[in-house]
Every structure is written in structure tokens, then in C-alpha cells.
Write a protein that binds this ligand. Structure first.
Ligand code: 18C
Length: 258
């Protein structure tokens, strides 16, 4: 509780400050640009070979098998589309640490250790241990940004586009939990709102909203983990996360103004 109060007060302080550049601004901008060009490409575009491993309705999750220095680092790409919510709402609930424990099932603890600018935090978190591997932690920057000129995908024109970009950084005040192996992450959630106005000219309601979602994750486990356990963990955890998080946002916003 003290940690959450401390995080909130840091975030409130940052909100009072004007937007400013910080140590990670250049890297953040570069990563966002890469997500907009590469991550937004539908799987299969440009001859990219993605293997579909989970499908539930509109949700499709793909992976590529990748082993680096003996560690399983399979890149993952998920595409989804859900009704009744906006891109900004989706990204807000994904970025906002106040509600993190309401939908994130893999975390044991987390702490915001710096707020370099409004809508950008640096977070240290520990994950639930998976037997027989060591517990994992990660330290990453998380930033939520509105995208003004998204690349066009197909012929649909989005009303708005938002991204949350998370990537590993170093920080002197991280105080790692002993025994944890540091996982390295590069994750993004990219959302676009599409609006179909009622044919009778009536007001726009939540029924008129469709939100297209792309979620990409590159996670390096940082140390040994048995391949079969690791792959079965992510095959279970990514669909669970997408199912749970999308339902959470739909439920949270149901009675709110758009
Ligand atoms: O994007 C998600 N959440 C964000 C907010 O927390 C943020 C976090 C990303 C963390 C990525 C994972 C880091 C290491 C994972 C440790 C294993 C946890 C498993 C616990 C199971 C109960 O961007 C939502 C992320 C949801 C899905 C996460 C599952 C990822 C599994 C990746 C495999 C790496 C495993 C290494 C452990 C070895 C186990 C044998």
C-alpha cells in the first residue's frame, strides 16, 4: 500500500510538470517508430513467417521460434479486435499502475521507481516463480503516447491511435530482490479506435466503437529455463492475459462516458 501511495504521488508530481526530454527520450522515440513500421504489419506481410499458436474468436496469437545464446526468446505477436472501448481507454488501463493488480496475473510485486515525464514511468517488478526455474524480475520504462500519423493498414481509417511502449532499462535505485533473474523485455500494445455512427444519425454510443489491438512481446528470460516449460507457460499466459485484460477494460468502462 505504501509503495502504491508513493507511486501515485510521483505520478501526480510529474503531471504538474511540463513535458520534458529525459535520458531515455531518444530511445523511446526510436522504439515507437519501429513499432509503427514493423509491429503494426499484419503477420504474414513481407513474407514474415509467423506461426499461429492460439486463436479464440477475433484473437489470434503468433510466434516465431528464436533461441539466442541458448535461451528461448520466441517473439510474439497478437492481433485482436474488441467492441465497446476506445484505443485510449485500452492503453490507459494497460499503462496505469493504479489498476495493475486488477488484471495482471503474473506479477508478485511492483514498484514505480521514477517518473521521467508525464505518462512515462520506470517500474521494477517481480513475477510469480515458475518451478523449476528461478524467479524472474524486470526493470523497464513504460510510456503511453498518442500517435498522430499512424501508418495506414488496409483501407480502414482509424479515429485515433495509441501506443504503450515498454522496454528494459537500467536504474541505480532498482534494489533487486535477491535470487531473481533479470528478464529483458520489449513489449508494446498498439490500439486503434474505429467508429461506425448509427445510420439514423443518432448519438455515438459504445455500441459504435471497435478497437483493433496489436500486442507484441520480445522477452529474453535472462537465464536458463527449460524450453518445454517456458513455451508451455507463454502458450498459456499470453491468451490468458489478452482474454482477461480486454474483458477487464470492457467491464471497467461499460457505464462510463466515452
Ligand atoms: O505485458 C504485460 N504486462 C505488462 C505489465 O506487467 C508488462 C510486463 C511484462 C512482463 C513480461 C514477462 C517477464 C518475465 C516473465 C516471468 C514469468 C511469469 C510467468 C508467471 C506465471 C504465473 O509489459 C502482460 C504480460 C503477460 C504475459 C506474460 C507471460 C510471459 C512469459 C514469457 C516467458 C519468459 C519466462 C521466463 C520464466 C521461465 C519459466 C520456466
Amino acid at each position: 500500500t505504501q509503495d502504491i501511495e508513493h507511486s501515485r504521488s510521483m505520478i501526480r508530481e510529474a503531471e504538474k510538470q511540463p513535458k520534458r526530454r529525459h535520458k531515455h527520450s531518444d530511445e523511446l522515440e526510436k522504439k515507437i517508430q519501429n513499432h509503427l513500421t514493423d509491429s503494426m504489419k499484419p503477420p504474414g506481410a513481407d513474407g514474415d513467417i509467423w506461426e499461429l499458436f492460439a486463436e479464440e474468436g477475433e484473437m489470434k496469437i503468433y510466434r516465431k521460434e528464436l533461441v539466442e545464446d541458448g535461451l528461448i526468446c520466441d517473439p510474439l505477436k497478437a492481433v485482436h479486435s474488441i467492441g465497446n472501448v476506445t484505443a485510449r481507454e485500452m492503453c490507459h488501463y494497460f499503462w496505469d499502475t493504479d489498476v495493475r493488480m486488477e488484471w495482471e496475473g503474473t506479477i508478485e510485486s511492483f514498484r514505480v521507481i521514477e517518473v521521467p515525464e508525464e505518462f512515462t514511468t520506470i517500474i521494477y517488478q517481480t513475477h510469480r516463480r515458475v518451478w523449476p526455474s528461478a524467479q524472474r524480475d524486470c526493470l523497464y520504462l513504460s510510456s503511453m503516447v498518442k500517435v498522430d500519423n499512424p501508418p495506414s493498414v488496409g483501407d480502414k481509417i482509424p479515429h485515433d491511435t495509441w501506443i504503450v511502449c515498454n522496454f528494459s532499462v537500467d536504474h541505480p535505485e532498482a534494489n533487486p530482490v535477491s535470487g531473481c533473474v533479470r528478464a529483458l523485455i520489449e513489449i508494446a500494445l498498439i490500439c486503434q479506435t474505429f467508429i461506425t455512427p448509427p445510420k439514423d444519425g443518432g448519438p455515438i454510443t459504445r455500441d459504435c466503437l471497435q478497437c483493433d489491438i496489436i500486442y507484441v512481446a520480445n522477452v529474453n528470460p535472462g537465464g536458463w529455463a527449460p524450453a518445454s516449460v517456458l513455451r508451455s507457460i507463454y502458450k498459456r499466459e499470453y491468451p490468458k492475459f489478452l482474454r482477461r485484460f480486454t474483458a477487464y477494460v470492457q467491464d471497467k468502462t461499460r457505464k462510463l462516458d466515452i
